[in-house]
Design a protein around this ligand. Sequence first.
Ligand SMILES: [Zn+2]
Length: 481
Amino acid sequence: MPRTKADIERDIESCSKRLQEIWKPFNEYESNRLRGYGGDREYQMSLENQARNNSVGLRNQIDRLRDELDEYSRDPVAYQKKQVCIDENNRREQERIAKENRREQERIAYEKKREQVRISVEKLHEQNRIAKMTEIASSKSNFEIAQKLKPIREHFSQYQDCFSAGNGHMSRLTSDGNVVSGGIWANFSNRKVLCNTQNWHKVVAISSGEGTIGLKADGSVIADGCQFQKENLHIAREYRRAINSWYNIIAVSASCSADYPFDYNFVGLKSDGTVIAYGHKFNRKPVGYSAVIARWCNIVAISAGAFHVIGLKKDGTVVAVGDRWGNQRNGNDFCDTRDWREMVAVSAGKRHTVGLKADGRVVAVGDNEDGQCETQYWENVVAISAEPSQTIGLKANGTVVATGKNKGFCTNWKDILAISGKSGLKTDGTIVSSYTADYYKDLSNIPLVTKIQLREKFKLCSYCGSKLSFSKKCKSPICGK
Ligand SMILES: [Zn+2]
């Protein structure tokens, strides 16, 4: 709204009034003096100076307003146009200032926000850093534990393949490479010896399950058990034909029984890191597990389960293949070892699979009906053995832990060197066992022998058991020693 003449005059009037107010003390003093009162010249001058100083601004303003009034009187239209312009400019200026203020506030808010973000990011980084440090610290301690356990594990493993206990029977190797066995067989209770190993010679490793398989120094294998008894001639022929074709074998494993008669598996690890398996069941599948197993490579250890076969790879991962129908009972897949890392040993039970980690902890998957997979709190374990419904672990101090059915059997065991089945081999060469039968006592007076001693005796690589070349180098591409 542009200013009118009345507005200007009103402004002049109000300025004049304020001017009069300022001059009032001086004027009053002056009028009193003229009437004959007072007369302090100096005081009067001080009042005058004060009023003059205070009225400078007002006078200037009145001058400007008078000029404005002149301008208006000369050309009201031009004046008003000018006023509109000035108002517009003022408005713009105010807007500009408001805008600037707003921007400034926004900038401050943004800075504040950015600082908050920076702080929160820094906090997050710090948390991550701490988490990482904790992780490194724990992995370092795990690493230290692993370093500590490694020599103990390697020492104990020397006795592992020289002593093996299966279902109701047990075998031990002598320092000559002969195999001494003893046992009973539930289906043939009159028969004293299940595994006729009397004529087995130059054997460097044995594994007992439902039957017994022996690894010979020349890389071939020999086996015996229920399926080889003369009552089962056709099955025995099948098994023999398959097993006799194996060569370059460096490790063997025999499974416990599945739910069907004669349904057990023999698995062999070859020196090139591949695996060969035979079982009654394997043969009957149009596309059997044998085809899957044939594709495995870089395997350093094997274990035969009743329904599955597992292989430990050189990089510490685990491969598994098998009949998973058993898992449908409890919804646990006993072949699910995909996430397993840093494993140093594996063992297959009937419907569960167990893995030993380098840091002495034990993982297990599969059927947990009897608690056979409850190994999560085990520590300092250096060897494992999965039984049909149990898991057994040998600790670095020579004691044994067990979980699953009748798990308390090994509570008092000590000075154990190797475990197999529900039996243990002690440092004095004697055997402890949960079996009620006393046949194993006959096996207690055989002197201890190690895998290395036998390998050296038969001129095999002492690390992996492969044949040595003429220049005494290991022929295995996996071992390379
Ligand atoms: Zn080797």
